[in-house]
Design a protein around this ligand. Sequence first.
Ligand code: NDP
Length: 252
Amino acid sequence: MTFPTAPENYSPTPDLLRGKTILVTGAGDGIGRAAALAYAAHGATVILLGRTESKLERVYDDIEASGGPKPALVALDLATATEDNIIHLASGLAQEFPHLDGLLHNASILGERRPIESASYASWLDVMQVNVNAQFLLTRYMLPLLQRAPTASIVFTSSGVGRTGKAYWGAYAVSKFATEGFMQVLASELENTSRVRVNSLNPGATNTAMRRTAYPGEQPTDNPAPEEIMASYLYLMGDDSCGVTGRAFNSR
Ligand code: NDP
């Protein structure tokens, strides 16, 4: 099966995201960090959400040093965040921002990689909490702010194992199938009733901490750096993808 990508040689304009406010989860490291920096470099005010405050502060400083719009920082552990925490976050953001133009669901954990027959239920629950339940809560309570934007984009992060199941990928793979299903349900609900588009994106093998953990035998530099796969992240977040919804993208 082939999946769409951003248009070939897609070249976003420097002000693609000017005036937009975009929430990125897992913004302190890896692909989320690169997306936050790329969005800010194209003019967006980025809300940096993640669990390790010191990493978010470094991204914040990098954006300020490069002259991007002043970001916002939200230190929140999605493994323990409650519904009340997310409601509180949404009402705080609604006081600060007139609308939200983008939501990149990027934070995920890998969990155990072992056969189902010996998998631990505790680890299964952890993965579902971060990779699925937290996405539901954030989506559910950010939707009113997203619906206030002239156009808005929700991007879910998928994986190859969320499209074809693979032995030993356990809860992580199942959480990514759930993510694809969530994307489809939401896109279908919003397609004719709002200006919010909803898509999923599989970054593909990328040189990050998660990838190095999942594939310790790989030469890390054989995979692209997160900064090298940003065209699709920009395409899906900016107005060039208006009208595109309900689709499962690959970054390349
Ligand atoms: P990393 O592990 O490098 O980064 C994940 C980010 O998510 C980190 O900033 C991490 O925070 C944050 N995070 C993890 N758990 C929580 C939590 N409980 N609360 C808040 N933030 C959290 O992963 P990648 O950058 O590689 O992955 C990004 C996305 O891309 C994921 O959804 C992943 O599944 C997907 N993906 C990645 C591929 C790859 O090859 N890299 C391939 C296919 C899909 P902290 O820094 O504090 O740990």
